[in-house]
Design a protein around this ligand. Structure first.
Ligand code: NAD
Length: 284
């Protein structure tokens, strides 16, 4: 049976360090959350971020807007937050209502405050290796977990399933920066099971419950399951992309869902906000 790589010890270590650092600085560090409308998913995520911030002594400020807000008004509001020195990091919940141009709005957030690394400037910085921006939190959480459990990356073959802008593509660059050899698979990849079997480290972010079965894995592999999907067998519960019951007895290490990568993401968000504060103060 595989070693279970839990996310909670990883996030606890990050939280503990941040709590000490924030207490020793004695200044207010603020994460701003931009939320349009009242989507249950956004409210759930907001709640978990607020809890995280409260636990480590970080200030979390919610900027809430009505669902029918006009592009120009939201843009002016974001510009104001971008120029407000009291706000260290900004996170805009997505997707936004269809009448809004999300990319244009996200690009108003300066890379120094774009703590979920999702706008075009942050993506460019990740691509070029510029350290003045942040990678998206979920791929950064994958890296944090691999480092916490001392899983070497140099020269290893990492296979990623999923090429989204939030997970797969940025993760590919982060792993390349660690000198891994990366294969990026997606919905049009031929012989996905064969590709997955070649991996030393297999990371799945496809959003498809039970996609990865015993036929996709072999002994000795490390498997990170980023997927968070409604569990088809247990109404109201969540599962990953990996069929855990089939895969865990075969591979060397595996992350659970829930309790794996997802539990590290908000800790990384706070860490990025703290780093944004530090970088701002270095400049002044
Ligand atoms: P997305 O829909 O934007 O992208 C999914 C990707 O998977 C696409 O690139 C697609 O080509 C690929 N894909 C889909 N079906 C496939 C198949 N059958 N075979 C091979 N590739 C396939 O999704 P996303 O936003 O990247 O999220 C992916 C999953 O990760 C979701 O379950 C989501 O809930 C989860 N997620 C978790 C966290 C976290 O913190 N743990 C954060 C973001 C997303």
């Amino acid at each position: 049976m595989a070693e279970i790589l839990k996310g909670v010890p990883v996030s606890n270590r990050i939280k503990l360090k941040l709590t000490e650092q924030i207490a020793s600085i004695g200044q207010t560090i603020t994460l701003g959350i931009i939320r349009v409308g009242q989507k249950p998913d956004d409210l759930y995520y907001q709640n978990s971020i607020q809890k995280m911030c409260a636990a480590i002594g970080m200030h979390c400020q919610i900027f809430e807007f009505k669902e029918d807000i006009q592009q120009s008004i939201l843009q002016a509001e974001i510009d104001r937050m971008a120029n407000d020195d009291r706000i260290d990091g900004l996170l805009m919940f997505a997707p936004l209502p269809h009448h809004l141009n999300s990319a244009e709005l996200a690009n108003r957030i300066p890379p120094t405050k774009d703590v979920d690394g999702l706008n075009v400037y942050s993506a460019g910085a990740l691509y070029t290796g510029d350290q003045n921006a942040f990678p998206p939190c979920t791929p950064a959480a994958c890296l944090a977990l691999l480092k916490f459990y001392d899983i070497p990356l140099e020269g290893k073959h990492c296979v990623i399933v999923g090429r989204s802008l939030t997970v797969g593509k940025p993760l590919c660059l982060l792993l390349l920066n660690e000198n891994a050899t990366v294969t990026l698979c997606h919905s049009k990849t031929k012989s996905l099971s064969h590709q997955c079997q070649q991996a030393d480290i297999l990371i799945t972010a496809a959003g498809k419950a039970n996609l990865i079965t015993s036929a996709f894995v072999r002994e000795g592999q490390t498997v990170l399951d980023v997927g968070i999907n409604p569990d088809p067998e247990h109404l109201g519960r969540y599962c990953g992309d990996v069929n855990f019951a089939e895969v865990a007895p075969i591979v060397k290490q595996i992350t659970p869902v829930p309790g794996g990568i997802g539990s590290i993401t908000t800790a990384i968000l706070s860490q990025h906000t703290f780093e944004a504060f530090q970088k701002k103060n270095k400049k002044t």
